[in-house]
Design a protein around this ligand. Structure first.
Ligand code: TXA
Ligand code: MG
Length: 320
């Protein structure tokens, strides 16, 4: 297993030697390596078993450093950066040659963000390269929101996980791209569409799937647990699945007909932010119980609810 600890200096030493480190962010944990170094980047794809056509996000600590590896930043992007960075927003910008093609799967653009986590910001300030970091899960599985999640799944392949506690947002960043005057959300995530629209006006929301060439990695079946999951009205789903060993991932309620230990409530007080922080932990937990089926339901489609529903839909798409 990897070592888990809070030693930023040690993490830096490893990164300087082309090695990979699990890093905390406010969204999910990342599997980080030197974004300027094709060897470190190739290793990220290998450890994650990620297809090379699925580009990575590059993380930096400030806009001045970002200008070293991207061309012009559109005005709307700059406004969003000033409002939401550091934070759960990733922007697609035109890359300079210093970013290896491997990072962007050959695209002319690079995905960039400043994460909002003190330890990782400190780490980023002390190195002289940005960090390429996808979520630190094996390709296609639920993203990790604690250092222990990372260790469980990738611990035998990396030397160190920097432990920064449980992620405070719990769902991946929102990804936006710019084309002329248009702003398009390519992945719904931790920065709400409502808050983005308050800054740049109406945005397009492009449902991402593997048929979308702009976002080659955004497969329908991402974020999946291994146990099949059905989404709908939970009472009806229970009635339809009598006799099966089932688990429940509910928004706010406990169901009498199902064993308590097989139930995971996202937010008893119906708080969507809390629900987002608990979503992946809940899916992981239910996935360890060896059940035949997980039943779940959509949450209200506002604020972080849209991102939660997006992830639930993708989890369902995998096995059904
Ligand atoms: O919250 C997050 O964004 C986390 C943390 C670690 O920062 N990272 C994350 O990375 O979720 P990952 O690799 O799991 O997802 C990155 C997504 C992929 O679906 C990829 O297709 C998309 O970003 N992406 C990367 N570069 C792109 C580009 N140039 N154009 C369009 N989509 C891009
Ligand atoms: Mg991911």
């Amino acid at each position: 297993m990897a070592r888990i600890g809070s030693d930023i200096k040690y993490a830096i030493e490893l990164l300087n030697q082309q090695q990979l480190v699990g890093i905390p962010t406010e969204t999910v944990y990342g599997l980080a390596g030197n974004a300027y170094d094709p060897i470190a980047v190739a290793n990220i794809f290998k450890v994650k078993e990620r297809p090379s056509f699925d580009p990575l996000i590059v993380h930096s600590s400030d806009l001045t450093r970002i200008r070293e590896f991207v061309h012009e930043i559109p005005e709307k992007a700059e406004e969003l950066a000033n409002t939401f960075w550091p934070g759960p927003l990733t922007m697609i910008l035109r890359k300079k040659a210093i970013i290896p093609d491997l990072v962007t799967s050959g695209l002319e653009t690079v995905a960039v963000r400043i994460p909002n986590h003190n330890d990782t910001l400190k780490l980023l300030e002390r190195i002289d390269f940005p960090l390429a970091a996808p979520s630190a899960n094996p390709f296609g599985y639920v993203s990790p929101t604690t250092a222990a999640h990372v260790n469980k799944q990738l611990g035998d392949k990396i030397p160190y996980v920097l432990d920064g506690g449980a992620c405070t947002v719990g769902i991946e960043s929102t990804i936006v791209s710019f084309d002329g005057d248009d702003t398009t959300v390519l992945r719904i995530g931790g920065c709400t569409i409502e808050s983005i629209e308050r800054i740049v006006g109406k945005v397009k929301v492009s449902p991402h799937s593997n048929s979308n060439p702009m976002a080659p990695g955004m497969m329908d079946s991402h974020y999946s647990p291994l146990t099949p999951i059905s989404i709908g009205n939970i009472d009806q789903l229970i009635a339809h699945n009598l006799g099966k060993s089932i688990g429940i991932l509910s928004f706010n309620k406990v169901y009498e007909k199902v064993e308590d230990s097989h139930q995971y409530v996202l937010s008893k007080k119906s708080d969507l932010d809390e629900a987002a922080t608990r979503l992946f932990t809940g899916l992981r937990h239910l996935d360890t119980l060896n059940l035949q089926l997980i039943l779940s339901e959509y949450v209200p489609g506002e604020g972080l609810g849209r991102a939660i529903n997006d992830r639930l839909k993708r989890a369902e798409a995998k096995r059904n």
